[in-house]
Design a protein around this ligand. Structure first.
Ligand code: BGC
Length: 449
């Protein structure tokens, strides 16, 4: 097998609407659940909000120029549902759609392929008031919203993802409470997961019913975190299976195999809703690709206190950790890509997010930002991605997370994931050494790795 990336491998970078845009209520947009969440004291560690973020809503033109300078071939971004439909449904806000339409045109002019995610966690507040992802009608609301966006952008956007990381929406939003809407409810979590999948499948069907839907590709983006048992003890092995079912199989099994993993019944007990067969059947809508977000792995042990999954993480003190305290473990990227291929078949895959938060010393003179740890992270993970291709995985592209330092959800601006440094006082953008490194990866199609 040749040790190189395919010639048509797609190199990109990713962001999401609430994390970079700012101006959340501009031009007739409605508030989102994240707007409310950040405007409620106590939810974000540094007390910040997405009100300004990277001011991308106003600086998008310069940001597209920056992408072109780095040689990006693709740009993954998300659409703020409440800009398009301020009430979440019904009346369309043309100005909100125009923003994305201009962005798409500017990308295409620069030869950068737009890769649009319909939902990256910012739900219109008006829908949150109706129960949000708990309300079974959300599948229709989402499909209606998707149709509005397909009609406006479908002629120019070749690549779509329905949802970004439904697991986080469910786990952080409804089980652990760290994300909007901040609930901690075992009975909600599996219902939310199921409604997310129903919404996803409806939006895929809606896309395929469109004229453009026969030309472009549609998929879903999931975050996967391989689980490795801490020991041979049966208790640790069982905990690892539970953790794996909960995080890695909960969303892909229904989409590809037609049912939820058995372990979920054990995890949730009486909170498990037992979805009807007809609904399960409808989730199995063929996908053009799966996007995988990979950051870290977990060495897993039995931990009866960590309910409901009863699985704990064993920190690996000999390995490097990022500012998120996530272990740096590139081999797990190879492992997870080959695992998906083995379990679900040789479906086309993209790494839709991969990257690291490290402390970046502020550049005193606005000059270079040296980030050797991030450079090493990218180098080692890209090599791991290449090993997966050598092992037979149909990996079609890679997106760095993130183009810009941005609003890192519950951590506010305290964690920097960008390959481009953002000074949040002046909004000055400075490509870091990792951006230069990545630009060379793209230019040489990975020959420098
Ligand atoms: C999310 C991003 C987030 C990143 C780093 C992913 O889970 O899709 O929005 O910034 O991880 O935490």
């Amino acid at each position: 097998m040749p040790s190189r990336f395919p010639n048509d491998f797609l190199w990109g970078a990713a962001t999401s609407a609430y994390q970079i845009e700012g101006s959340p209520l501009a031009d007739g947009a409605g508030p989102s659940n994240w707007h409310r969440f950040t405007h409620t004291p106590g939810h974000v560690t540094d007390g910040s909000t997405g009100d300004v973020a990277c001011d991308h809503y106003r600086r998008w033109g310069g940001d597209v120029t920056l992408m072109a300078e780095l040689g990006l071939q693709a740009y993954r971004f998300s659409i703020a549902w409440a800009r398009v439909l301020p009430e979440g449904r019904g009346q369309v806000n043309a100005k909100g759609l125009d923003f994305y339409s201009r962005l798409v045109d500017a990308l295409l002019t620069r030869g950068i392929r737009p890769n649009v995610t319909l939902y990256h966690w910012d739900l219109p507040a008006a829908l949150a008031d109706r129960g949000g992802w708990l309300n079974p009608d959300v599948a229709d609301w989402f499909a209606d919203y998707a149709r509005v966006v397909y009609a406006a952008l479908g002629d120019r956007v070749p690549m779509w993802a329905t949802l970004n990381e439904p697991w986080v929406v469910m786990d952080a939003g409804h089980l652990n409470g760290g994300h909007a809407p901040g609930h901690r409810d075992w009975f909600e979590a599996p219902r939310v997961a199921h409604n997310l999948l129903r919404a996803h499948a409806e939006a895929v069907r809606a896309y395929r019913a469109e004229a453009h839907g026969r030309l472009g590709q549609i998929g879903i983006v999931v975050n996967l975190e391989p689980k490795y048992a801490a020991s041979d003890r049966e208790a640790d092995q069982a905990a690892t299976r539970r953790a794996d079912a909960y995080m890695n199989r909960q969303f892909l099994d229904p989409l590809f195999l037609g049912g939820y993993p058995e372990e979920l019944r054990e995890i949730y007990g009486e909170a498990w809703p037992e979805p009807p067969d007809a609904e399960l059947h409808a989730l199995r809508e063929p996908l053009d690709f799966v996007g995988i977000n990979y950051y870290t792995r977990s060495v897993t042990c039995d931990d009866p206190r960590a309910r409901p999954v009863r699985a704990g993480r064993v920190r690996q003190p000999r390995h490097a950790h990022t500012e998120m305290d996530w272990e740096v473990y590139p081999q797990a990227l190879t492992d997870v890509l080959t695992w998906v291929t083995r379990r679900y078949g040789r479906v086309p895959l993209y790494v839709t997010e991969n990257g690291a938060a490290f402390y970046d010393p502020p550049s005193a003179d606005g000059g270079a930002v040296d980030d050797p740890l991030r450079v090493a992270y990218y180098r080692d993970h890209l090599r791991a991605a290449r090993r997966a291709i050598e092992a037979g995985v149909d990996l079609r592209g890679y997106f760095a997370w993130s183009l810009l330092d941005n609003f890192e959800w519950g951590y506010g601006y305290s964690k920097r994931f960008g390959i481009v440094h953002v000074d949040f006082t002046t909004q000055q953008r400075t490509p870091k050494a990792s951006a230069r490194f990545y630009a060379e990866v793209i230019r040489s199609n990975g020959a420098n790795l």
